[in-house]
Design a protein around this ligand. Structure first.
Ligand SMILES: [Zn+2]
Ligand SMILES: [Zn+2]
Length: 751
């Protein structure tokens, strides 16, 4: 085997990638994408479910007498061609997953020992193989399932394996020498010993369960008893107590001596959930992993997980790659959330990888949502996921009554106003009763564009987009490239002093509210109002403390927050998404509105009179009809029927090839040439190639963007084609000098 693998070096990198995974499951398929059975049972797949066993590996080498060939992956970008492992010589056998430093060209880089050491017939000739510079063996090697997860990620999302593996490790780790690592581990051990007496703290009391929560936990336990638990879709309306199910499922895993990984969609939501887990299990057992940590914190927390000191890891999408030697449960909260999809590098979906990881390590995966992604919903329909519904709110609370407010019915003079007279009246009633209201407007800034009667508009000189007027600092700011200028006093084209805002954002809505509701305490939460550290917490605290009557905000306020005094939620003008060219826009809108509705009536005593208003020009739209009944199931069924007839996910698999260039022609030419190459490939019959088109915003920061959709009924067919096609594109790019960047996005979220 080792000799055979050595021969395959530098042939077809993708093929090599597939084969270089030796040492993982013995039954690793020759072509990873032909394992149909694995695919059919699973969202993402390609590996058999048998757990890899590094421990049975035999080095088969007399370590002391011969130099050893070691295969190492390094962080080489995809286009460099160094996509698979490289050979180095080592004086001793090194376990896969060991961090090393190796020479690469004239540099020295961090690498990861990838496959088992292979005996060399004789010592390598001088100059034949370069030697490993340093072995970072103070750190226990990354486990075989971790290696399998990153290898799968690289193959599935079409990136280099070394690039992928090293990019998901804490950046600080790459800077340290072996002595530094040893020192850090020593400090961690010491701290742990000092905190030893704490670790016997009793855990906080579990809450009494509702029958639905109990049923969900029982079903989870039963599924787990089978040894190969299917992913569980915990479909629970907002306020049904999903978190308590997570907590008790975690408690069971911890009691069995296992570690628990909890993923949340946004950093903003981690403190809340972190507090609940810390209350229950003790803060010392818990670490957080997200991009808001300092590099040192991130490394420290990662090490605690890797060494098994931390029992619970709570984090955003990057945490899916945490090394957890005793993993026993994965929870993905708000599994439908788009932020689980990475938007650069390996464009992975942390939700899908969680499911894959669960299968690889035979641990249960709990996907929770009130509005599951249609992909997950469909898998549950097919019986591949176990669906556990929780339809009741805790304490018998009811969901707010949804009222569709038909803007066509308003007298003309009010037709364009965000604040219709009935809405103002409803807000006044809430204020008089000492209750809070929430206004959702998913557009920040004061107005999306300024204009002059002469025809001038506040376009961005660098993008095909308008610059948004921010009244607070009197700036015109591009939300795509960041280009910002002070608002001109007069029209730059004709000198007219009367330039006017068109449309409205949260800033303007806030201003209109203050004007229309004298004396009311109005607050605004969006990306602008929460720029400074601690601002969001302070604002949320003010809402919780009852210091705010009307809260205005973007989707930031719709997600997760447990507001207790809100009895009215109003969506100001959500219609835009109904007519978007992105087929996922209705799904996202429905989910956002359901989540926003869930902010109202969380206190059971107020639930009965809480309401959600939707101001719409299209009250007959099926999406709103389903929303009015809180009927996600009907909405999902109608969307899935549309997707099926249109041949869209989850009934088809997509990849998006993107190109960026100084001119749209250059980007198009590259994609066209790529398309021509694909048509020569054997697997082309399985896929459909669409012509290159510009995305919604074609030009950003003076870079023209084009994209080309690749579609297939078969995930395997698509993967086969991509694996054969992408290596050619690295070559092709060198013939298209005008192309600045290109990338492939597998299972893209935004089209
Ligand atoms: Zn711009
Ligand atoms: Zn003008």
């Amino acid at each position: 085997m080792p000799r055979k693998r050595a021969k395959q070096r530098r042939t077809n990198p993708i093929k090599q990638l597939a084969h270089s995974s030796a040492g993982f499951p013995q039954s690793y398929p020759q072509e990873p994408w032909t394992n149909r059975k694995a695919f059919s049972n699973h969202g993402l797949s390609g590996f058999p479910s048998s757990s890899p066993g590094a421990s049975d590996r035999k080095y088969g080498v007399d370590a002391l007498s011969a130099a050893i060939r070691v295969r190492v992956v390094v962080d080489a970008p995809q286009y460099s061609g160094l996509i698979g492992p490289l050979d180095y010589s080592s004086e001793r056998p090194l376990a896969p997953g060991t961090l090393v430093r190796v020479p690469l060209g004239r540099r020295e880089v961090v690498g990861l020992v990838w496959t088992e050491a292979a005996a060399m017939a004789s010592a390598p000739h001088e100059g034949e193989l370069r030697a490993i510079t340093e072995v970072l063996d103070a750190l226990p090697p990354l486990g075989p399932s971790w290696l399998a997860l990153t290898e799968f990620t690289a193959a599935y999302y079409q990136r280099g394996v070394g690039e992928t593996a090293l990019s998901v490790l804490p950046p600080e780790l790459r800077k340290l020498g072996n002595a530094d690592v040893a020192k850090r581990l020593g400090r961690l051990e010491k701290k742990r010993a000092q905190a030893g007496e704490q670790t016997n703290q009793p855990t906080g009391p579990a809450a009494a369960l509702t029958p639905e929560q109990q049923a969900a936990l029982d079903a989870l336990a039963a599924a787990q008893a089978g040894g190969e638990p299917p992913p569980v879709l915990l479909y629970g309306v907002t306020g049904s107590g999903k978190t308590e199910v997570y907590l008790q499922a975690a408690e069971r895993a911890l009691a069995a001596g296992r570690q628990v990984l909890v993923l949340v969609p946004e950093i903003n939501l981690t403190p809340q959930l972190q507090a609940r887990f810390a209350d229950r299990f003790g803060a010392h057992r818990l670490v957080a992993l997200h991009s808001g940590l300092t590099p040192a914190q991130r490394l420290g927390n990662w090490l605690k997980a890797h060494l098994g000191h931390a029992d619970l890891v709570l984090g955003t999408r990057l945490a899916v790659f945490t090394s957890l030697p005793r993993l026993g449960l994965i929870v993905v909260d708000e599994e439908h959330d788009p932020s689980y999809k990475q938007q650069e590098g390996a464009r992975y979906s942390a939700r899908d990888l969680s499911v894959y990881r669960g299968r690889l390590e035979r641990v249960p995966v709990l996907l929770g949502s009130a509005t599951p992604s249609l992909e997950s919903w469909h898998r549950a329909d097919e019986g591949r996921y176990l669906r556990l519904p929780m339809r009741e709110r805790i304490g018998g609370g009811v969901l707010p009554q949804v009222r569709l407010f038909d803007m066509n019915q308003l007298p003309r003079q009010h037709g364009g106003s965000a604040l219709s007279p009935p809405l103002l009246q409803a807000l006044q009633q809430r204020i008089a009763a000492g209750e809070q209201s929430l206004l959702l407007l998913n557009r920040r800034g004061y107005a999306p564009v300024l204009h002059c009667p002469c025809g001038w508009k506040s376009g961005c000189p660098h993008c095909s987009a308008w610059r948004v007027f921010h009244k607070g600092d009197r700036s015109l700011r591009c939300h795509h490239c960041g280009f910002s200028e002070r608002v001109p006093r007069a029209c730059p084209d004709c000198g007219n002093l009367d330039i006017q805002p068109i449309g409205r954002g949260t800033e303007r809505l806030e201003e209109q509210l203050i004007e229309a509701l004298p004396g009311a305490r109005v607050a605004r939460i969006d990306a602008d109002s929460t720029k400074h550290k601690g601002a969001l917490e302070a604002q949320l605290n003010a809402v919780h403390a009852g210091e705010v009557d009307v809260l205005v905000g973007t989707q930031m306020i719709a997600k997760g927050h447990d507001f207790r005094r809100i009895t009215l939620v109003a969506a100001i003008n959500p219609d835009g998404a109904l007519f978007s060219s992105d087929f996922r826009a209705p799904e996202r809108l429905f989910s956002l509105l359901m989540q926003a509705a869930g902010r109202a009536g969380r206190d059971a005593t107020q639930a009965g009179r809480s309401e959600m208003w939707v101001q719409t020009w299209n009250p007959q739209h099926a999406l709103y009809t389903a929303l009015r009944k809180h009927d996600f199931e009907a909405f999902a069924a109608s969307q899935l029927a549309e997707r099926r007839s249109a041949g869209l996910p989850p009934y088809a698999s997509l990849a998006l090839l993107r190109a960026e260039a100084r001119s749209a022609d250059d980007a198009t030419a590259f994609l066209q040439a790529a398309s021509d190459l694909a048509r020569e490939l054997a697997g082309i019959d399985a896929v459909m190639l669409y012509p290159p088109v510009p995305p919604t915003i074609a030009r950003i920061a003076n870079v023209e963007r084009m994209q080309m959709l690749v579609e297939s009924d078969s995930r395997i067919g698509l993967q086969r084609l991509l694996a054969a096609w992408l290596p050619q594109l690295h070559v092709l790019r060198s013939q298209h000098r005008g192309v600045l960047r290109w990338a492939v996005d597998v299972d893209p979220l935004a089209i």
